[in-house]
Ligand binder design. Structure first.
Ligand code: FES
Length: 87
């Protein structure tokens, strides 16, 4: 276990792959990376939105709390460009 942790610490790309591959929803076999990608791609802000785009939380619902935590940890989507006021 320590050797694996040390190997991941020495290889940030592999560490990110392992982090993203972590299963969040066991019922629908949805991993963290898929959820993060859907949140970014679609500007999702709710568990329902994540379910609609990934199917996560579409079974027993036990992962809903974890999805809420993921949503809370994601940086806010960039604001839409606002037109500049005429001077
Ligand atoms: S673990 Fe996600 S719906 Fe059951």
């Amino acid at each position: 276990m320590e050797a694996e942790a040390a190997a991941l610490a020495a290889d940030p790309v592999r560490a990110e792959e392992v982090r993203r591959a972590a299963k969040v929803c066991q019922c629908k076999a949805v991993d963290l990376g898929s959820i993060e990608d859907a949140i970014r791609a679609h500007g999702l802000t709710t568990v329902e939105g994540v379910r609609e785009h990934t199917n996560a939380s579409g079974g027993c619902g036990a992962c809903s709390i974890r999805i809420e935590d993921i949503l809370a940890a994601m940086p806010p989507a960039p604001a839409a460009a606002l037109p500049l006021a005429a001077e």
